[in-house]
Design a protein around this ligand. Structure first.
Ligand SMILES: *Cc1c(COP(=O)(O)O)cnc(C)c1O
Length: 448
């Protein structure tokens, strides 16, 4: 989810503008017309575009923490010549921040999903429901476990449609992955109610919403297990990195074992007091002390990132919210949204494209919704290609029968085509916010 501000192309604006104004006032070039005049009005204003969030908050603390690791000569989380504490401390701090009992740091959000699926004991024969518009990893974690991914449509919140989730449930459905997308929480109350009614486990993917909440609860800590990503496009970042949280000791033990060869380390047993699970085949998704150092320095800044984003988001929202005919993304909990961007719903794809072009003309960044993939129409998915032709996911009767492709996600395709994404930067000035408001209102008037 690339974001922020750039202020390029700011040279000699006064001269050109004065020249243009003078020329126009003489009437010498009135034939050129209003369209040209209007285009020139934006020619020299800086382009407003949201940029990556985490580096905007780098200060001395990340560097100091990295140097600690070097001085200690201990880049490995469990032991070294010095005293490695960075991953352990960040892990504990994250658990406290989220309010979850058992946190686990791993190498990426994708690895966290693999651990979460293992924690929930999802495997061959199981079906897992996820939104049709999300990141690859929600699909791959299910396939890697040998289980079958089932897509449900998104609604106007751009996240899982609870009604369609319920429609896709079968006796084999073991879990659902609500994905809090583009800074906005899913509507967790109906999702939890449906999951409970059908005995389905809930794996929250909060990779794109670190720091967000739903009705006062931090995202990722509402279902049975939750995951985060600290990759560069997300909120706090160390370039790559991820974490999982849960309050269930068995899920935690399975996940923490899977992340480290299937064996158990003292630090994780200490958190859950006693071991309840035997060794099994795992992976190596251990986080490095360098990663833990940067994340430990970033975490204390997360609340500032979120409140800066929300401040600018609310400023822009105030300027556009009472505009007749202007429809915005549905927000299941406006308080918990991290204010990542303004999402305008147009009548159709053509209107969306005109809206985006008009924003561009006014030199304000806008585009289609991004950062995820329309998974059911991805070529590898339509062709059900796993790492081996005999892979269990697509060789059960259900796996053979399932059909992905456009007919499996019509509502998602329609909604995707309607939305314009206008990203908010946490450090935008009010002058920039005013230009965003102006551009949105003018683009809306052009399209309406
Ligand atoms: C980024 C992302 C992931 C995966 O995180 P990585 O750290 O890139 O592996 C998973 N889910 C969603 C919704 C994401 O945006």
């Amino acid at each position: 989810m690339p974001t922020t501000q750039s202020a390029k192309g700011k040279k000699s604006s006064t001269n050109r503008r004065q020249f243009l104004a003078a020329s126009l006032s003489t009437g010498a070039i009135t034939v050129i017309g209003a369209a040209f005049k209007d285009r020139m009005a934006y020619a020299d204003v800086p382009y407003i575009r949201a940029d990556f969030i985490s580096p905007q908050y780098y200060d001395g603390s990340e560097g100091e923490a990295l140097l600690d690791v070097l001085k200690e000569k201990s880049p490995f989380r469990y032991y070294g010549p010095g005293n490695p504490v960075k991953v352990k401390n960040f892990e504990s701090a994250l658990g406290e921040y989220i309010g979850a009992k058992y946190p686990l740091c791993v190498t990426s959000g994708t690895a966290a999903l693999d651990c979460a699926v293992t924690g929930l004991e999802i495997g061959p024969g199981d079906e897992v429901i996820m939104p049709a518009y999300t990141w690859w990893s929600d699909y791959t974690c299910v396939v890697q476990a040998g289980a079958l991914p089932v897509f449900a449509d998104i609604d106007e919140s751009l996240t899982l449609d609870p009604l369609d989730f319920e429609r896709r449930i079968t006796p084999r459905t073991k879990a659902v992955i609500p994905v809090h997308l583009l800074g906005g929480p899913c509507d967790m109350d109906p999702i939890l109610e449906i999951a409970k009614k059908h005995g389905i486990q809930v794996l929250e993917d909060a990779a794109q919403c670190v720091g967000g909440s739903y009705k006062g609860k931090k995202l990722g800590n509402i279902g049975d297990v939750g995951i985060y990503s600290f990759q560069f496009h997300k909120m706090i970042s160390s370039g790559e990195g991820g974490a999982l949280v849960t309050n269930n000791p068995i899920v935690y033990e399975r996940a923490s074992r899977f992340h480290d060869m299937g064996v158990q380390q003292r630090v994780f047993i200490d958190r859950i007091q006693e071991s309840r699970v035997s060794d099994f085949a795992g992976e190596n998704f251990r986080m490095s002390e360098f990663t833990g150092a940067v994340l430990g320095a970033q975490l204390p800044k997360l609340d500032a990132m979120v409140s800066d984003l929300r401040r600018n988001f609310n400023y822009v929202l105030d300027g556009i919210k009472n505009t007749p005919g202007l429809t915005l993304r549905k927000r299941p909990d406006p308080e918990g949204d991290i204010g990542y961007g303004i999402f305008v719903q147009c009548a159709n794809k053509e209107a969306r494209d005109r809206f985006i072009a008009e924003m561009g003309r006014q030199r304000v960044g806008a585009g289609r919704i991004s950062g995820s993939v329309l998974l059911p129409i991805a070529e590898s998915i339509m062709n059900k290609r796993a790492r081996h032709p005999q892979w269990p996911s697509f060789n059960t009767p259900q796996g053979k029968a399932i059909e992905y492709g456009p007919d499996s996600c019509r509502q998602t395709l329609r909604i995707y085509d309607q939305f314009v994404q206008i990203r908010i930067g946490p450090k935008f000035t009010n002058e920039m916010n005013d230009r965003m408001i102006d551009a949105i209102l003018k683009s809306h008037a052009t399209v309406a």
